[in-house]
Design a protein around this ligand. Structure first.
Ligand code: SF4
Length: 333
């Protein structure tokens, strides 16, 4: 089947007084209907700017310089702002890190779930409200008729995040972008939320882009992964394959940072060294200052091209060039 979303060579930079911030430098990936793609990487690696480019919600000073974003067969970058209003919320839902900022403190939960349904699906308020109550039930909020009349501060953090998710899927979008939705939750609530998230997806068949810096979440949730570094996708492929044999040194380091079951959750900061400054990206491979395998070719010129390991598994690392040949000779034998 056709991809639901296709991002090709996306390039987004920020023009600031301090210089040009090279946030996204030629990112490509696809999302198939109903699948979950995990965007992984440290903060500043370009994940969030990639999705804000897709939604055309970029902050001032940021500019999409190049590339293509095709969603449901339509070019997003060619749409007017007015046309984008019927894409955001209706066809692409968004769940953010902090449900407290996503939800408005002065309106009830029910109102905030009903409103987008009424606007986007053109139903009456009464029908929208009924859908809100059903959605609250779906996200496992007890006594949904009563809870719908509550304000965000009357709910626990976990319930708020589930309500915000209900609001995002209310208008039945085909794609949901979830940007670190569990970061503000404690570990137990986080686990419950992820379980719920999987159930919701199974029930609705919605495709998901899940942004996280936590590889254990990726392991739990995603079908495919795109690993971000220095504004590039340095490795992408099916989760099972990447977990079994990570091929980019950065992915290998990330997977080395996965907590053993039951131990304290360690984050990606345990990859040695500092992430690159997008104002001064290193020449060559952006990972070379932290890479134990760096060679001369890695330190100058352009970033390495994407080498194809399998039809769906690509890696931007010069080490794979050699392995590609090894692959050929195995096939020849
Ligand atoms: Fe390391 Fe070179 Fe591969 Fe970059 S291209 S990850 S520096 S080996």
């Amino acid at each position: 089947s056709q991809p639901l979303l296709k991002v090709r060579d996306l390039k987004t930079h920020f023009f600031t007084r301090a210089g040009v911030v090279q946030a996204v430098n030629g990112v490509s990936f696809e999302v198939m209907p109903g699948e979950t793609l995990g965007l992984v990487g440290e903060s500043g690696s370009g994940k969030t700017i990639t999705v804000t480019s897709i939604l055309r919600l970029l902050p001032r000073g940021a500019q999409i310089l190049d590339g293509e974003v095709i969603f449901e067969g339509e070019s997003i970058l060619d749409k007017t702002e007015k046309e984008m209003e019927s894409v955001r919320g209706k066809r692409i839902g968004l769940v953010l890190q902090n449900s407290m900022t996503a939800l408005d403190p002065v309106f009830t939960i029910g109102t905030q779930i009903t409103e987008p349904v009424v606007i986007h699906n053109r139903v009456s308020w009464r029908e929208g409200w009924q859908r809100a109550v059903d959605l609250l039930r779906m996200v496992k909020i007890g006594a949904p008729e009563v809870r719908a009349k509550h304000f965000p501060h009357e709910l626990s953090g976990g319930m708020r995040q589930r309500s915000a998710s209900a609001a995002a899927i209310g208008p039945t979008p085909s794609l949901l972008i979830a940007d670190e939705p569990t970061t503000a939750l404690d570990v137990t609530t986080q686990r419950q939320y992820l379980e719920l998230f999987k159930e919701l997806q199974a029930q609705t068949g919605i495709a998901v882009i899940f942004i996280t810096h936590d590889m254990s979440i990726v392991g739990n949730l995603c079908d495919r992964i795109a690993v971000f570094y220095g504004g590039h996708v340095v490795e992408t492929g099916p989760k099972a394959e990447i977990f079994a044999s990570p091929s980019h040194p950065y992915t290998q380091a990330l997977l080395g940072a996965i907590p053993v079951l039951g131990e304290k959750v360690e984050r990606l900061q345990s990859v040695d060294g500092e992430p690159p400054n997008p104002l001064h990206l290193p020449a060559g491979c952006p990972f070379h200052p932290r890479c134990a395998s760096a060679m001369e070719i890695c330190t100058s010129g352009d970033a390495p091209p994407a080498f194809q390991l399998h039809p769906e598994h690509q890696v931007r690392c010069w080490l794979l060039e050699a392995e590609d040949h090894a692959g050929d000779s195995v096939r020849d034998a």
